[in-house]
Design a protein around this ligand. Structure first.
Ligand SMILES: *Cc1c(COP(=O)(O)O)cnc(C)c1O
Length: 406
């Protein structure tokens, strides 16, 4: 996060900032933001170089400490999330790594939900535990459990809403109050909702974490991540660590995601509308036992989700197939997935192409059957990350398998 003048006043509307916020144009007047593929920067003078290395003057010195294309991505994402600053990272997991490494020390305590992204649970619960960071894992939507878990040494509450793959929602404002009551910070993984639908800082969150790999890129091309936070946190905590650990976002990937942000709002609205229509269709299908989607009245936290997510449910749903037992459920799920001719069997999400996956044998494959049952991830569960294909083609491709189950 090297501070460079932005070309855009922050008083503009968010839709405008999503296509305009970036560092100033170069002397060539390019209209699309420039891609600066360089690892080093020529210094104007030895004195200026010394001031930059001493932190007394802003200016780029080396690719690990900053890049103008990366700064443009950081400025644009911060503007969209409504935070003072942002720090880009090589991936979403790198963002979580950077946050924990910057904020925690041995003996500190973290509270997070059992429904979070699997690698997040592993990173904090297992890897950071090796360095003496303690954690308590709570049920996603049980506010009393979050409240009971905090203690004087709690430094961080980490929430993800909605979650993968069951789209469980938690109350961001309530969690912010709990975090602040013990002087802890609340970080929200805003990967599923994106700032187009949900801005956690307006509800009291302190840090917003992103996997830019998903909806921010939006077209399944590159990996990226980011932490959006107050300027002081980024400058004093994240930047000094990032300079030394080097989990930096490549300028090329930053440029791809920067351009992805320009269409984020349109994509989220269109893909969410298609997801709601598909969710309603699946709910009526005789082969389907249950559909998990925050936009449906049947979702247990429908009202909270609609309040928190601008009245839109997002572009990921999952559904359970009817089956007599786990063996039949798995066979049926595989039948539906193997019958696809248009949509992709692919564990990513947030693409313009619709992607389907079987969580029990992929993202949640390492859990024991008992752990999977406890998490609600049955063998008959299929996740659909809805893209931009025509709704009729989506339904027809799913019906190919759903209508031919034995
Ligand atoms: C994908 C994902 C991550 C991790 O991001 P990467 O870019 O794959 O490292 C974290 N949280 C959620 C909710 C995700 O979907």
């Amino acid at each position: 996060m090297t501070q460079q003048k932005t070309n855009t006043p922050s008083t503009l509307h968010r839709d405008t900032l999503a296509v305009r916020a970036a560092v100033e144009r170069s002397q060539y007047g390019e209209n699309a933001e420039a891609l600066y593929l360089t690892s080093g920067y020529v210094q104007p003078s030895a004195e200026a170089s010394a001031r930059r290395f001493a932190g007394e003057e802003d200016g780029y010195t080396y690719g690990r400490t900053g890049n103008p294309t990366v700064t443009s991505f950081e400025q644009r994402l911060a503007a969209m999330e409504g935070t003072e600053a942002a720090m880009a990272t090589a991936s979403g997991m790198a963002a979580i790594m950077l946050m924990c490494f910057s904020l925690l020390r041995s003996g500190d305590h973290v509270v997070f939900s059992q429904s979070m992204f699997g690698s997040t649970i592993k990173l904090i619960g297992t890897e950071f535990a090796r360095f003496g960071v303690e954690s308590t894992i709570v049920p996603q939507s049980d506010i009393d459990a979050w409240r009971a878990a905090v203690r004087p040494g709690t430094k961080l509450l980490f929430a993800e809403t909605p979650t993968n793959p069951l789209t469980e929602v938690c109350d961001i404002a309530a969690l912010a109050d709990i975090a602040h009551s013990v002087g802890a910070l609340l970080c929200v993984d805003n990967c599923f909702a994106t700032p187009a639908l949900q801005r956690p800082v307006t509800l009291g969150a302190d840090i917003v974490m992103h996997s830019g790999t998903k909806f921010l890129d939006g077209q399944g091309r590159v990996m990226a991540g980011a932490l959006c936070a107050p300027e002081a946190l980024v400058r004093e905590k994240f930047l000094p660590v990032q300079k030394n650990v080097g989990m930096v976002l490549s300028p090329f990937n930053a440029w791809v995601v920067l351009k992805g942000l320009e269409t984020l709002s349109l994509r989220m609205q269109a893909q969410s509308a298609a997801t709601l229509a598909l969710a309603r269709w699946l709910e009526q299908h005789p082969a389907v036992a249950r559909v998990h989607y925050p936009g449906l009245d049947s979702h247990p936290q429908h009202a909270l989700a609609m309040r928190q997510m601008s009245g839109v449910g997002g572009a990921v749903l999952s559904f359970d197939l009817k089956a007599a037992d786990a063996t039949q459920a798995r066979a049926r799920a595989f039948h539906v997935l193997d019958a696809l001719q248009v949509l992709s069997l692919c564990t990513n999400l947030g693409d313009t192409k619709t992607l389907l996956s079987h969580p029990a044998s992929t993202s949640h494959g390492k859990l024991t059957e008992a752990q999977r049952q406890a998490a609600g991830i049955g063998q008959g569960l299929i996740r659909v990350a809805v893209g931009l294909e025509h709704l009729d083609d989506l339904k027809a491709d799913l019906a190919r398998g759903l209508d031919t189950l034995s």
